[in-house]
Design a protein around this ligand. Structure first.
Ligand code: DGY
Length: 325
């Protein structure tokens, strides 16, 4: 039996998209879009949303209670082009009767690749190595040159064993790492993929050579990687973050990196992006990337696809798996 056509919906894409992603929304919904190449400020977003049924935004559009209230009454659906939702006041959107969709699952593997990249890049002092090549200051091979740390055979502590955390765990096992994790609740044994559960973050830190953050940012995780946790790590430890910057207390991490209390950090996300802590730009033991965890064309297209399919299913009266409220 052929599926009923979804009722026509007026969709506005507020964020800049790669052409194949924009095409999905234009072909499926005849979507209008923000052609400026920039993120719209709140006033421009409200103006563009007039008469629209659905908006497509991303993490750089913070929809707090005030902005949710100011959205035109026509808006009944909001798609965030992200798996993270810490930029959204979900309660306010729910109260206004706006259905919210996100992009779970489709970016797990590319984010987990990025976590491995951070671990390897920080452990093998890639920033300093690239500096020698780019600046022409390499004086030749030496047994003393850029001595880093092995990744293989080390203990990896994963904070947040959701879908991305588990994808990191699978890769880490391929690198011969012993995987430990802390999560708000213990996983079922078959989902643990051999990882050792710790009831507390303190215990996890005490058993980690690499601490990789993969949990969402919310009231119970903001600032939890603090001086007390960092002090439990060994001096050769490396902290990596593919989740959200505000899970880490920047001042505490910077102090640990400066003092040699830990060896290095690999960071893809930062509190207050793009205005990052200045030490992250300067410290040689910070391998920093500009929030590119899910930034592959394959994943970008998959993120667009899941939002389009979710919107279509919702408009036909179903509740798709990526609908949050
Ligand atoms: C996410 O999906 O939450 C990424 O961090 C940004 O797209």
């Amino acid at each position: 039996m052929s599926q009923a056509a979804a009722p026509a919906m007026r969709v506005y894409v507020a964020c800049p998209f790669p052409a194949p992603v924009l095409d999905l929304f234009v072909q499926r919904f005849g979507a209008a879009h923000n052609g400026t190449g920039r993120v719209l400020d709140n006033d421009a977003l409200i103006a563009a949303a007039q008469g629209m049924d659905a908006l497509v935004i991303t993490v750089t559009n913070r929809i707090d209670g005030g902005l949710a209230a100011a959205l035109p009454a026509s808006v009944k659906a909001l798609c965030t082009y992200s798996v993270g939702t810490d930029h959204l006041d979900l309660d306010a959107l729910r109260a206004k009767g706006i259905a919210v969709f996100s992009t779970p699952d489709v970016l797990n593997e590319s984010c987990a690749d990025t976590a491995m990249l951070l671990m390897l890049g920080a452990a093998r002092r890639v920033i300093e190595g690239i500096g020698l090549i780019r600046q022409g200051t390499w004086t030749g091979w030496s047994p003393l040159q850029l001595i880093g740390h092995d990744v293989w055979g080390k203990r990896l502590g994963i904070l947040g064993m959701g879908r991305i955390g588990r994808a990191i765990a699978r890769r880490a096992r391929g690198f011969g790492m012993q995987v430990h994790y802390h999560n708000r609740s213990r996983l079922a044994p078959d989902a643990e993929v051999g990882a050792h559960y710790h009831e507390s973050l303190e215990s996890l830190a005490g058993h980690s050579d690499f601490l990789c953050i993969a949990c969402p940012a919310n009231a119970s995780t903001r600032g939890i990687v603090n001086a007390g946790i960092l002090a439990r790590l060994p001096a050769h430890a490396i902290v990596c973050n593919v989740a959200r910057g505000d899970v880490i207390r920047d001042e505490d991490l910077v102090q640990a990196l400066r003092s040699g209390a830990i060896a290095a950090a690999g960071l893809d996300v930062y509190a207050g992006e793009p205005d990052i802590h200045p030490a992250y730009r300067e410290l040689p033991n910070v391998f920093g990337l500009p929030h590119i965890g899910s930034s592959t064309i394959d994943t970008r297209i998959a993120m667009g696809e899941i939002l389009c399919s979710g919107l279509e299913a919702w408009s036909r009266g179903s509740r798709p798996a990526n609908q949050l409220c």
